[in-house]
Write a protein that binds this ligand. Structure first.
Ligand code: GLA
Length: 420
């Protein structure tokens, strides 16, 4: 840590002495500039919230579709609920760079260019995100950024990009940490604040090194819209919501402001049951995960909308402490997840993973909770809380005595406890 701070300071001094500009493309300098700036970056004090094209549209994207989606983002209430980023995933480019080596927005899909779309997104009070990959090609086979990191970063900045998702396909034997540091430095060298979203699928344990490199980092492979069954895709498997949840249990201590564990985008509204969607969304909020909706915003059912825009549940995700919940198992496939919040509040989520309805009947005093990571322990013997159910939006008594409730299959009861 000490040497890190010192090298940051040295870099700062060096940049001052040499009059290095924020746009410097000198190959050696930007890494040092980036390290110096990493000390102060505060682009994602709470988990980023947004919408991404991939889960519903894959590469079938174009300007009319996306402008309609931006309009729906606003009219559906998503923006007002706190979602901010509008992110284009893979499939926005032509298959080749131009003669100068620049990426080109596919003119058939985006006849007015990418800046026009970015301007439209900004005109609605949203922020604009884009996608590329650390390898030679993106996962869908479009040109990757390998060898063009600084050039691509400058292009994104000139378009007004605010967020970059950076994937890990076709990277051969690249060193993941180095590759992501290079792109991070390239983004910082543009002088434009750009949230950097690492998408390396957790292969090289980014939770151990990505803090300071980017603001969020994928911890798993791709999600699929299934509660507890993976989907086999030939050479790989897309992961169910419960499979991904299980992969977060032992990395919760790495989560926090400006360095978020990212268990992948949301599948709410993409085919699971109402209960399953509710459980999925609740658990992502309990984890303080980034919330990237991935459904067609133009065709949201009222139920989907009521999940994605539940402000009290979102407030759990966005709690400024940024502490990911920990798990305590109860009998009968019910898990209780607990998340310490600011002002000594606590979020508690009972998750019924089984395929049948379960009757919950617990004594609060049997549920005293010990958070070894934060030291924020909860004793129901010494302190009483008022409980509020965040889905039914009703008060459900206090933590004196017992808590009884039926939980349908694949569903949750999510409470906010407020110290009395
Ligand atoms: C990878 C990523 C996905 C998506 C696709 C695009 O699979 O993990 O989230 O970006 O690539 O090709």
């Amino acid at each position: 840590m000490k040497s890190y701070l010192l090298s940051g300071l040295a870099a700062l001094l060096l940049s001052g002495l040499t009059g290095l500009s924020a746009n410097a493309q000198d190959a050696a300098a930007p890494v040092a500039v980036a390290k110096a700036k990493l000390q102060t970056g505060n682009l994602a004090p709470t988990p980023p919230m947004g919408w991404n094209t991939w889960n519903t549209f894959q590469t079938r994207i174009d300007e009319p579709l996306l402008k309609g989606m931006v309009d729906a983002y606003v009219s559906s209430g998503m923006r007002d609920a706190g979602y901010k980023y509008f992110v284009l995933d893979d499939g926005w480019m032509t298959m080749e760079r131009d003669a100068s080596g620049n990426l080109v927005a596919d003119p058939k899909k985006f006849p007015n260019g990418m800046k026009a779309l970015a301007d439209y997104v900004h005109s609605k009070g949203l922020k604009f995100g884009i996608y590329n990959c650390a390898g030679w090609k993106t996962c869908a086979g479009y040109p990757g950024s390998r060898g063009h990191e600084y050039q691509d970063a400058l292009l994104y900045a000139s378009w007004g990009v605010d967020f970059l998702k950076y994937d890990w396909c076709n990277t051969d034997s690249l060193n993941a940490r180095e590759a992501y540091i290079t792109m991070s430095a390239a983004l910082k060298a543009t002088g434009r604040p750009i949230v950097f979203s690492l998408c390396e699928w957790g292969n090289h344990k980014p939770w151990q090194w990505a803090g300071g490199v980017g603001e969020l980092y994928r911890t798993t492979g791709d999600i699929t819209a299934n509660f507890d069954k993976d989907k086999h895709m030939g050479t790989w498997s897309a992961l169910s919501v419960m499979h991904i949840l299980d992969q977060q249990v032992n990395i919760r201590q790495f989560n926090g402001p400006n360095h978020w564990n990212d268990p992948d985008m949301l599948e709410v509204g993409n085919g699971m049951s109402y209960s399953e969607d509710k459980a999925h969304f609740s658990m992502w909020c309990m984890l303080s995960a980034p919330l990237a909706a991935g459904n067609d915003l133009r065709k949201m059912s009222d139920q989907t909308k009521s999940i994605l825009t539940n402000k009290e549940v979102i407030a759990i995700d966005q709690d400024e402490l940024g502490i990911a919940a920990y798990k305590k198992a109860l009998p009968d496939s019910i898990e209780v997840w607990v998340k310490p919040l600011k002002n000594n509040d606590v979020a508690v989520c009972f998750l019924n993973r089984s395929a049948k309805s379960q009757k919950l009947d617990i004594k609060w005093a049997d549920l005293n909770l010990e958070d070894k990571t934060t030291g924020l322990n909860i004793s129901f013997n010494t302190r009483q809380y008022a409980a509020r159910d965040l889905w039914t939006k009703t008060a459900t008594g206090t933590t004196k005595g017992s808590f009884k409730q039926e939980i349908p299959m694949h569903d949750v009861v999510m409470l906010r406890l407020t110290a009395k």
